[in-house]
Each structure stands twice: as C-alpha cells, then as structure tokens.
Design a binder for this molecule. Structure first.
Ligand SMILES: [Zn+2]
Length: 90
C-alpha cells in the first residue's frame, strides 16, 4: 500500500482531498449537533430535558443540572458561550 501511494501521486492527492472533505462534513455535523445540546455537559434532548434560551441571536440550551451554573457561577461558561465573561452571578 505504501509503495503504491509513492508510485501514484494522483492517488495520494485524491486521498488527501477525500480526507479534507470528510473532516469538513464531520465538523459541520458536529456544529449542528452542538446547537441541540446542553452548553455545559453536551447532553442532548434524548438524555435530559433541555431549557432553550435566546442570546445574541442564537439559541442556547442548558439542562436542569447546569441551570445553577448559569445563575450562580456564570464565569464557568466563559469559553462555552460567547460573551459569558459579561454575565453576573445572581
Ligand atoms: Zn448540562
């Protein structure tokens, strides 16, 4: 297999393109999935009930176990939610 790849550069190029397309599709699929999961634990609606919130034109979801984080410790959401550094604890 290795020797074959060396002999046929076109095959190597085609393989690289296929890998690139695969990762691009995979990333898109991942991004689509993250929209429907808890922003903290990433569990989806099949695993836990999710509360839907709207923020800066986006729909975010959070599970009941992580609502206290949103209320009392929102700094833990920095890096998970855009603009979370501006959230204040209640
Ligand atoms: Zn959660």
């Amino acid at each position: 297999m290795y020797l074959f790849l060396f002999k046929d550069n076109n095959f190597v190029l085609k393989t690289e393109i296929r890998i690139f397309v695969f990762f691009k599709l995979d990333k898109n699929t991942f991004m689509e999935n993250t929209k429907h999961t808890c922003i903290v634990c990433k569990r989806d609606e099949n695993e836990v009930p999710l509360i839907v919130m709207k923020y800066k034109g986006q729909e975010l979801r959070i599970c009941p176990q992580h609502v206290p984080v949103l209320i009392h410790d929102p700094q833990k959401l920095v890096g998970l939610v855009e603009g979370a550094e501006n959230f204040t604890a209640g």
